[in-house]
Design a protein around this ligand. Sequence first.
Ligand SMILES: [Zn+2]
Length: 324
Amino acid sequence: MKKQRQSIPTEQRYSIRDFDHQFPTNDACLEYIKEMRWPDGIAYCEKCEKECKHYRVTGRTAYACEFCGNHIYPLAGTIFEKTTTPLRSWFHAMFLMGATRCGVSAKQIQREIVVTYKTAWRMAKQIRTLMAEEITLEGSSVEMDETYMGGKRKGRRGRPPAGDGKKTCVVGMVERKGRVVALTATDATRETLHGIAQERILPESVVFTDELISYAGLNEINGYEHRRINHSAGVYVLGDVHTQTIDGFWSLVKRGIGGVYHSVSKKYLQSYLNEYSYRYNRRNDSQPMFTSILEQVSLKAGQELKSPSAEVVENPAGSSQEPF
Ligand SMILES: [Zn+2]
């Protein structure tokens, strides 16, 4: 099996030096957000009802109309709206979360940007909301697979015992050489898996799965062509009938959650899957990952942040345990 590439391609590298240069101050960060949200500048005052310029208000995260002084707050509706943490620390945390394929822990964020652990944890959680996206796969060949993740580790090295009820079923679908969708699911029954497939895989795709009985009948819905690989018979690759692409994604996530996050509760698992999928789906972008995450600040401003999978699966907040 191919080894998963861990490094970020050269063209995508954006170093901490680049970051320090582009965002030396909180003001530089605020200006960037303003420019994202008003690419042509704030050129109109709703209070005066006329074209005008806006100037930065010293000491506040606001810009004021040159005539009436009406304030515009670029952070309104963004994840930074109510924060007391400096904007540059937020940007730095976003930089860290985009800097590697396998993510960073709240502990690393705490150390690098010097905030309390609690603050670092909350920041990471908020930044993950930026990385949630609802996509439908449009590749003609899609691998679909289910796995189990999460739960609390028993002891230092031990894996959680299977079937203890704490692991969560996760369903993944990936276009070959394309994008991935990973969703927590209540179970791996035929009804659940077929429902998720119909929701996320374009009709008439070729769907590759293993021999799990729940996948049976996929060729009877949505015009899918269903091709199965018999793992239990030791057959992993048979021409193009394999699930190695999704296997690669699972190993990336599992290594990341195991190595970086140690354990993730059911409650938060979807947001971690979103984070890994977001980076995976941009692995070949020429734009730095950090810039992509920043863009989401503006794109998601004013949107209600909800689970992208709420309609298909349940992710009950059954556990109060924190994800570390
Ligand atoms: Zn005005």
